[in-house]
Design a protein around this ligand. Structure first.
Ligand SMILES: C[S@@+](CC[C@H](N)C(=O)[O-])C[C@H]1O[C@@H](n2cnc3c(N)ncnc32)[C@H](O)[C@@H]1O
Length: 294
């Protein structure tokens, strides 16, 4: 085995002289790769820190000055989102659709939704600082088909406030959002009332990797309409802070479901066809992509 590996190594060196060995534990990168961190492009109006890569999203109003191979180190935040893009490109056709986007954060997917041809897009964001950035991005990138509303979706699905929009949608675009909620079952039922199709990407509890959920996680169940769902409670933020940050939920804890429980929840919420598109690791934890149809 050792000989074969040595032989293949020598062969690779001969055929691809550009390959260089990186430090221990990292992937080998060819020399033509230059690394670029998602920062530090800044905005001339909102000068403080931006969490993600939205200022690097090219469109006909703006082009990133430099595109490079971005290698995430540790917590990648919402950096390039390669895994999301893979599923978006492979499974979605948004041309002419009316889309409801949940938790747009700084609006990086909102740009994509317009670029992919949505007829209209409505995005609901709960955090005020994120909302200011979404509005800035709408102006900066000339998003003419997207409307951002500030609302806490927990208040929408609990009927505490009326929805800021009218009518039904062709698709709900829900990435990185469900695992911030304490009552995912109510959210999914509310989604089903807004649209017959749900594109969902969320962290879930992978039963074969339970040791990965350390720290703020605690085993639990939730009961809804006589159904019992298993999962883990997650402490969203330090409650002494009063509220969450720009990447947190609106309540101090959220509920993460096992795959079967998530699929069953979607079915009992009115989605008759629930396709698991695939699974990935996002920011170090298992993540699942689902397309559900009524
Ligand atoms: C982790 S970010 C995900 C951003 C983006 N959708 C993505 O997948 O890259 C979660 C976003 O959801 C928002 N959010 C969380 N809970 C919310 C709630 N109850 N109502 C409205 N927005 C919420 C957060 O403010 C944040 O912008």
């Amino acid at each position: 085995m050792k000989h074969i590996r040595r032989f293949l190594g020598a062969l690779a060196k001969k055929l691809m002289p550009g390959w260089k060995k990186q430090e221990e534990g990292t992937r080998k990168l060819p020399q033509w790769v230059f690394e670029c961190e998602p920062g530090p492009i800044s905005d001339e109006i909102i000068k403080d820190r931006w969490d993600g890569n939205v200022l690097h999203c090219a469109n006909n109003k703006y082009t990133s000055p430099k595109l490079g191979y971005v290698r995430r180190r540790g917590w990648g935040g919402l950096a390039p989102g390669e895994t999301h893009y893979k599923y978006i490109a492979e499974f979605l056709d948004l041309r002419n659709l009316r889309v409801l986007e949940m938790g747009p954060h700084e609006g990086h997917h909102s740009i994509l939704i317009e670029k992919m041809g949505a007829r209209e897009s409505v995005a609901i964001e709960g955090n005020m600082d994120n909302m200011a950035k979404c509005l800035r991005i709408k102006e900066k990138y000339g998003l003419t088909k997207t409307t951002f509303y500030q609302a806490n979706v927990e208040e929408l699905y609990n009927n505490k406030v009326p929805a800021p929009f009218h009518g039904r949608f062709d698709l709900i675009f829900c990435l990185g959002f469900l695992y911030h909620l304490p009552e995912p079952q109510k959210a999914i039922e509310w989604f089903a009332k807004q649209s017959g199709t749900l594109f969902l990407g969320t962290h879930y509890v992978e039963k074969n990797a339970e040791d990965k959920y350390r720290g703020n996680f605690e085993k639990g169940t939730i009961t809804h309409n006589a159904n019992i769902y298993n999962g883990l409670w997650y402490g969203e933020y330090d409650t002494s802070r009063g509220s969450g940050g720009t990447l947190d939920g609106m309540s101090p804890r959220s509920f993460w479901l096992y795959e079967n429980d998530l699929v069953n929840m979607a079915i009992s919420s009115g989605y008759s066809k629930v396709h698991v598109l695939g699974k990935d690791i996002v920011n170090g934890l298992p993540y699942i992509y689902i397309l559900a149809d009524a």
